[in-house]
Design a protein around this ligand. Structure first.
Ligand SMILES: C[S@@+](CC[C@H](N)C(=O)[O-])C[C@H]1O[C@@H](n2cnc3c(N)ncnc32)[C@H](O)[C@@H]1O
Length: 202
């Protein structure tokens, strides 16, 4: 039975993520079992006053598995990093919380998602948001840079979870907050790696 992950497996995972999320960038509808769009934001109890400010087209692109903001407050002036920002709804909401004296940066590996995030950003009046291409395993930021790191439904897809978590901790300031919403598998997992790869990003 194969248990060691090979470079070929890693390439297959990355290609699958790019393939799936390039479609999600058009619309998350029909792609996931978990809540999406404005109804998803409401079901996950995001701050109603903030989601009311999102244009419908922006809210429609939301596809998180949980609410990272339920884990703690974002303060005015905070610098926030969103790992795997997708279409950027969580990043934009974080920027509303930091106010213009803060900053929100979203990174993702799928160009179509980053394009959708930029399009979403043009629909809201915020000038302290940056979207850029980067992977959670190698963050292009100095040590001790952010007050808060958030992510929503991303770490489960990253093969090297140790690298993703240690990179998050590296870029966080001392006393910074890591607020992750994600999904974990309960019960037994498929023992054969090839079987696991086939449903890595469902
Ligand atoms: C569930 S979506 C995030 C949704 C987003 N937070 C929102 O507000 O709608 C997951 C994102 O993780 C990204 N992703 C997957 N693997 C990644 C990696 N290694 N590094 C960075 N982003 C990654 C995917 O491209 C996808 O856009």
């Amino acid at each position: 039975m194969e248990t060691q992950i090979t470079q070929e497996d890693l390439n297959q995972i990355e290609a699958g993520i790019r393939n799936k999320y390039s479609k999600v960038a058009d619309s998350p509808e029909g792609q996931f079992k978990y809540p999406i769009g404005r109804a998803g934001l409401e079901a996950l109890k995001y701050d109603a006053a903030l989601i009311d400010k999102l244009p419908d087209e922006v809210a429609a692109s939301y596809c998180g598995v949980g609410n990272p903001f339920s884990l703690g407050a974002i303060r005015r002036g905070d610098w926030v990093l969103d790992i795997g920002c997708g279409a950027g709804v969580d990043t934009i909401l974080a920027a509303m919380m930091t106010g213009p004296e803060g900053k929100a940066v979203g990174v993702d590996i799928v160009p179509e998602m980053l394009q959708r995030a930029e399009a979403n950003l043009r629909m809201v009046d915020l000038h302290h948001v940056i979207f850029q291409s980067a992977t959670g395993e190698h963050l292009p930021f100095p040590d001790d840079h952010f007050d808060v790191v958030i992510s929503n439904g991303v770490i489960n897809m990253i093969p090297d979870k140790d690298a993703a978590l240690s990179e998050s901790l590296r870029v966080l300031k001392t006393g910074g907050r890591l607020m992750i919403a994600d999904q974990v598998m309960a019960g037994s997992i498929q023992k054969n790696l090839k079987d696991r790869l086939s449903n890595w990003f469902q």
